[in-house]
Structure formats: structure tokens, C-alpha cells
Design a protein around this ligand. Structure first.
Ligand code: HEM
Length: 534
């Protein structure tokens, strides 16, 4: 009897807590599964509780999309923790998302690592609606052919510095840390052309330490330039998309509403990854602010660099409201973020691949040598028309290894894609990397064959025009596409006029890549240069 009474008493006392627990658990499950429920009809592999398909991404990288597209069709579900992504891996469906239904899918979803960070959210990449249209229209003139062709002498001067650094190392018969050199060049070019600032990263003739070593170096004694580069690289590297990121980012993937409060707390605790990210971004902001202040005082009415144009736009009309200091800072940072690692990676990857394929190298040298005297600097028009094989080599490199394999978009109203109704707020991502390896569009996709882009080849004629879109698609496609291609082609022409390259014995094989917001090299591309005797 007494036992019965104790049990009843215990039950009465704990019932409210049990009910609360059940309520909380149910609320969490509803919160957790609600986004999935809205897109449940779309096929996809079974997802693990909490983490979804993140372990697949961590294990296989973005290549996993290729296999999922093969098994689940051109439109499938992929769960980044709680957040389902509707992946699109078909050229016609990409056209539907990027062009035909652009009005309903105008914005980008915000990748978890950038969530709540003004420096990332206020750039062109993540701004939304009419603010995005205004910002894009303001800066678009800077990427038009007439302006780009005026940048050739500046780009060429940094390519010359790249050559000088290569020459120094070649004479000493040393390995060339090529991907680090191309990154320095890309940052210098953005510095000069976009901000009117000479970072001088390519001036350092002696590369005693590679960039990665500098990044790991915690010492205080460093010059302004290496400190800037360090903060920039740390900031880029902190933008990871898998389970190796900071705690608040991982939490953001699982329970998004807790990400920002958790980050705010962790940022106060020394030693946490969030603390480090905050300190890095704070230092970077200070450096970017210094660039903006300098440009503000130096610019004239004739200045045509990126920063001067943006600073000028805030002097009249709606620009006053839209281009506040924080937005200008975010746009400035974005030039460095979007315009450097991508371009440097593509250039380094092109040289890496050419060095592997003797036939490609031979054909390319023939074309470059046929252009004329080695002192003749190609014009923008020459770059567009006089180097068709170079064009094919760069296209094939970007297909073979797509530096930006996933492109994020988000529906701003209900829309139908590929026979599925997607509610407002659905994250729709274009799987550019999977498109580029589709055997229906690119026979033998794992073979590096630039000739597949020969405009007279059957393969090129048969291919869907939206199968190869490494710079994205539609009005929201990469604004810097022509800028990047001009820089890459100019550099390749000058490099191959003077040298051919071979992989260093110290390079790993196969080449290892890492996945942040864009692809990067795990250990860099190291090569040996062989002087050409012409
Ligand atoms: C090889 C080099 C590059 C590659 C592969 C690349 C790739 C991309 C891709 C795939 C997108 C998303 C497009 C979409 O959603 O459809 C993008 C957007 C963007 N890129 Fe690039 N990019 C490169 C170089 C550059 C450069 C040099 C700059 C600037 C100087 C730049 C600035 C941007 C910006 C601002 C956006 C956002 C555009 C918007 O939302 O309106 N990119 N890029």
C-alpha cells in the first residue's frame, strides 16, 4: 500500500515535468522537420537524424552531388543538417531557375558560416530584392569590355612580377609555390584595379615562407602586407561548409535559431573558433576601413576604380541611403573574397593540368608562339578572338574542376520547378560541378580534353548551352567573369611564352582539394619551371 502511495506521489509530482519534456520534444521535432515536410515529395537519399547528409559532404566533397544526381534524378533533396536544399543538376532546369523564373528566385540563400555577419551579408552576393538590383546596376559598368580593356596594362604589370618571381626560383632550381604566387598576384590586381591600392604582395621576391606558413605563424613581428594577407586568408578559410567549422556554424546547421545567440556568447570566450573568427574579421575590417578612407581622400571625378565608383554613388539620390559605410565595407571585402581565390585557383589548376598533358601543352605553345613577338602585349580583343585553343583549355579546366561547384538561390514566392511545387523560402541550389561531369553532355567526363569545346566539334554542337556554366547563370551570374578570364588568359600567354612547367616531385598525387565556399588546394600547386629557348 505504502509503495503504491509513493508511486502515485512520484507520478503526480513528475507529470508536469514529463508533459513539459514531451511538449518540448514534440516542438523540437516539428521545428526540425518542418522544412523537410514542405519539400518531402522531392526524391533524395535517406537522411541521418540531425546531421542529414553532411557526413556525405565531409567524406566525398561536392563530388557527391554527381552520384546523387545519377541515382535520384536531376532534381533531388540534400539535407545540410536541418536545412533541406533542392539540388538542381540539369542544364534545362538550371535555365528555368536562373533565367526563366528569375523573378521568383531572385535572391541567394545565405550559407550558414556567413549567417549574421554583416561583412558577408551586405555584399552583392547576399543582398536581396531592389537593393541588390541597385547595387548591381551601379557597379556593372566596371565589368564592361570598355573598362576591362583599360585594365590590361595594370594586369600585365603584375603578370610581369609573377614572371620575375618564377625566374628567380627557376635560376636557383627551386620549386615554385605556384598557387601561392597566383593568389598574391590576384590580390594585388584587385587591390590596384578596384581600390587604387598597391598591396605589393608580388614584390616580395624571396618567398622564404609560403602563405600557409605565414597564416599559421602567430608571431607579432610582421609587416602590414603579410598581416593583411594573413587576415584575408584566415577570413576565407573560416568559411567552411562541413562539420569541421566553428561550433556556432555547426549548431547553425542543426538548430539555426540558436546559431547567432550561441555565436555571440562564444565570441566572448578566448580560445574558441568563434572568438578567433571575430578577431580576424575585426582586424580585416580595420584594414578595409583604412583602404576606404584613403580612397575617399584621394579619388577625383575621373577615378574609375571600383571603390571610387561606389563612393561616388552615395553622393546622390537613393545611393545616399543604400551605400552606407557598412555596405561599402562589405562590397570592398567581397571584391577580395570573390575575385581572388577563385581566379588564382583556376589559373594554378590550368597550369597544373597543362603540365600533365603533353599534347595540350604542344598545341597551346603553337598558338601562343603564332601570335607574334614575345613583347607584344595582347589587347582585350586579341584575348577574345586570337587564342581559340587557349579558350578551350581554360573552359575544359573549369569544367574538369569546377571551383564553385554549388550555387545558392532561394525562392521568394511559390514556384514550380521540374514538376515540383516549391514553397516560398525554399533553398534551391544549382549543382554546377555535377552538371560539368554529366556524361550525356560531356562524353568521358573524367578525361581532360580541351577539344570538346572546339566550336566545330560535334560534341560542342550537340551540347546544351547551359551545361557548362562555371560562372553561374542569368542576371545573378558572376559579375567578375570577364575580369577573371582576362587576367587568367593574359597570365597564361605570358607564362607559356617564357616557360613550360612540370610538377614538383614534392607534389602529392592525386592533387588534394579542400572545400570551403569555393574549392581550394590542400597543399598548393608546386611546380618546376623550364626556360624556353626561342
Ligand atoms: C574564375 C573566377 C571566378 C569564378 C569561377 C566565379 C564564379 C562565380 C559564381 C559561380 C557565382 C554565382 C553565380 C550565380 O549565382 O549564378 C559568382 C558570383 C559572383 N562573383 Fe564570381 N567568380 C569568379 C571571379 C570573380 C571575380 C574576379 C569577381 C570580382 C572582381 C567576382 C565577383 C562575384 C560577385 C560580386 C558575385 C555575386 C553576383 C551577384 O549576386 O549579383 N567573381 N561567381
Amino acid at each position: 500500500m505504502a509503495l503504491m502511495e509513493v508511486a502515485l506521489f512520484f507520478l503526480r509530482a513528475t507529470t508536469p515535468y514529463l508533459l513539459l519534456l514531451v511538449f518540448l520534444l514534440l516542438s523540437f521535432l516539428i521545428y526540425f522537420y518542418l522544412p523537410y515536410w514542405k519539400v518531402r515529395r522531392i526524391p533524395g537519399p535517406p537522411a541521418k537524424f540531425l546531421v542529414g547528409h553532411l557526413p556525405l559532404l565531409a567524406e566525398y566533397g561536392p563530388d557527391i552531388m554527381k552520384f546523387l544526381a545519377k541515382n535520384y534524378g536531376p532534381i533531388f533533396r540534400f539535407h545540410m543538417g536541418r536545412q533541406p536544399l533542392v539540388m538542381v543538376a540539369d542544364p534545362e532546369l538550371c535555365r528555368e531557375v536562373g533565367i526563366k523564373k528569375f523573378k521568383q528566385i531572385k535572391n541567394r540563400s545565405s550559407p550558414t558560416p556567413t549567417s549574421g555577419s554583416a561583412m558577408h551579408q551586405q555584399g552583392l552576393f547576399l543582398t536581396r530584392g531592389s537593393r541588390w538590383s541597385f547595387m548591381r546596376n551601379t557597379i556593372t559598368s566596371l565589368y564592361q569590355p570598355s573598362h576591362l580593356s583599360s585594365l590590361i596594362p595594370t594586369m600585365q604589370s603584375y603578370v610581369d612580377l609573377l614572371l620575375r618571381n618564377i625566374s628567380n626560383l627557376e635560376k636557383k632550381e627551386e620549386d615554385i609555390p605556384f598557387s601561392e604566387l597566383t593568389l598574391r598576384m590576384a590580390i594585388d590586381i584587385i587591390g590596384e584595379t578596384a581600390f587604387g591600392v598597391h598591396f605589393g604582395l608580388s614584390n616580395e621576391a624571396s618567398f622564404k615562407q609560403h602563405i600557409e606558413e605565414r597564416i599559421d605563424d602567430e608571431g607579432d613581428e610582421e609587416d602590414e602586407v603579410s598581416s593583411f594577407l594573413k587576415q584575408h586568408m584566415r577570413s576565407i578559410n573560416s568559411l567552411k561548409m562541413d562539420l569541421s567549422s566553428s561550433f556556432s556554424t555547426i549548431l547553425g546547421l542543426l538548430v539555426p535559431i540558436l546559431q547567432i545567440p550561441c555565436r555571440n556568447i562564444l565570441q566572448l570566450i578566448q580560445g574558441t573558433a568563434d572568438y578567433k573568427v571575430k578577431q580576424t574579421n575585426k582586424k580585416l575590417c580595420q584594414k578595409i576601413d583604412a583602404i576606404i578612407t584613403k580612397r575617399s581622400s584621394e579619388r577625383t571625378k575621373c577615378s574609375k576604380d571600383f571603390l571610387s565608383v561606389v563612393l561616388g554613388a552615395r553622393e546622390s539620390g537613393i545611393g545616399k541611403e543604400l551605400f552606407t559605410h557598412n555596405y561599402i565595407r562589405a562590397l570592398t571585402y567581397e571584391q577580395l573574397l570573390a575575385g581572388t581565390k577563385t581566379t588564382a585557383f583556376t589559373l594554378a589548376m590550368t597550369v597544373y593540368l597543362i603540365s600533365k598533358y603533353a599534347d595540350v601543352e604542344r598545341k597551346l605553345l603553337q598558338e601562343i608562339d603564332g601570335f607574334g613577338s614575345s613583347h607584344l602585349i595582347p589587347t582585350a580583343e586579341d584575348l577574345n578572338c586570337r587564342f581559340p585553343y587557349l579558350d578551350q583549355v581554360v573552359k575544359e579546366t573549369m569544367r574538369f574542376v569546377t571551383v564553385s561547384p554549388l550555387v545558392a538561390r532561394e525562392t521568394s514566392q511559390e514556384v514550380e520547378i521540374g514538376g515540383y511545387v516549391l514553397p516560398k523560402g525554399t533553398w534551391v541550389w544549382l549543382a554546377l560541378g555535377a552538371l560539368a561531369k554529366d556524361p550525356k553532355q560531356f562524353p568521358d567526363p573524367e578525361v581532360f580534353r580541351p577539344e570538346r569545346f572546339d566550336p566545330n566539334s560535334d560534341e560542342e554542337k550537340r551540347r546544351n548551352p547551359y551545361a557548362n556554366i562555371p560562372f553561374g547563370i542569368g542576371p545573378r551570374a558572376c559579375i567578375g567573369q570577364k575580369f577573371a578570364l582576362q587576367e587568367i588568359k593574359l597570365a597564361l600567354i605570358c607564362l607559356y611564352r617564357n616557360y613550360i612547367f612540370r610538377h614538383s616531385a614534392k607534389m602529392e598525387s592525386p592533387l588534394e582539394l579542400e572545400y570551403g565556399l569555393v574549392l581550394g588546394f590542400k597543399r598548393g600547386v608546386k611546380i618546376r619551371a623550364i626556360k624556353r629557348m626561342l
